[in-house]
Design a protein around this ligand. Structure first.
Ligand SMILES: O=P(O)(O)OC[C@H]1O[C@H](OP(=O)(O)OP(=O)(O)O)[C@H](O)[C@@H]1O
Ligand code: HPA
Length: 178
């Protein structure tokens, strides 16, 4: 892991991420006034995005988490494995799913469907980063912070084989490592 970190390329610094979250927060601060939404943190990757976004939000909200994973400790996605459903009642609520990355889109598509089936009034999704490629599924996130190249990334909550979620920024692994 030390070698992966040393050879990685920093794509976004903590400061750049913070600036992006400020912009997302200012959109949310206009759009969620008086809506009393539930913000769902998509575990585990979104923990940093959620944690840094929350103090920038100025409207009444509740938080909970939802956990479904399709990568596990791998760098290629598989079938979605449900781990935890929210305990807050979503029926009649505005729901905002907060995730770290929109890659192929299967995870957010399934989570969006779950929230809709649970009777949410509205379901929107926010991602810190969108990976640029042509293999996307589901409705694109309504709120997107950063644009990423089509490379495996880690840091700011995102893992490489279960590690490096604590890396201070968003980093791309060296091209021929996997
Ligand atoms: O758009 P997709 O191709 O579906 O991929 C995006 C999802 O993959 C990652 O989760 P992961 O399954 O790695 O679990 P983790 O959050 O615990 O790392 C990430 O946090 C997103 O939720
Ligand atoms: O590039 C990625 N990095 C970390 N987690 C991910 N989940 C989907 N794509 C990625």
């Amino acid at each position: 892991m030390n070698q992966v970190m040393q050879q990685a390329e920093c794509l976004f610094t903590l400061q750049a991420i913070d600036e992006s979250l400020e912009q997302l927060a200012s959109q949310l601060n206009q759009q969620y006034v008086d809506k009393n939404p539930v913000l769902l943190c998509v575990m585990n990757g979104a923990v940093m995005t959620m944690g840094h976004l929350l103090p920038k939000l100025q409207f009444n909200l509740e938080t909970d988490y939802i956990h479904a994973t399709r990568y596990g400790d791998k760098t290629v996605g598989g079938t979605l494995d449900w781990r935890a459903k929210p305990s807050i009642e979503l029926h009649g609520r505005h729901v905002l799913l907060v995730d770290d990355i929109y890659d192929e889109g299967f995870t957010l598509a399934a989570l969006r469907e779950f929230c809709q089936q649970s009777g949410a009034i509205s379901v929107k999704t926010l991602v810190l980063a969108d990976k640029q490629h042509g293999n996307k599924h589901g409705i694109p996130p309504e709120y997107i912070g950063l644009s990423l190249p089509n490379r495996y990334v880690f840091g700011f909550g995102m893992d490489y084989k279960g590690y490096l979620r604590n890396a201070p920024g968003i980093f791309a692994i060296k091209e021929n490592a996997s």
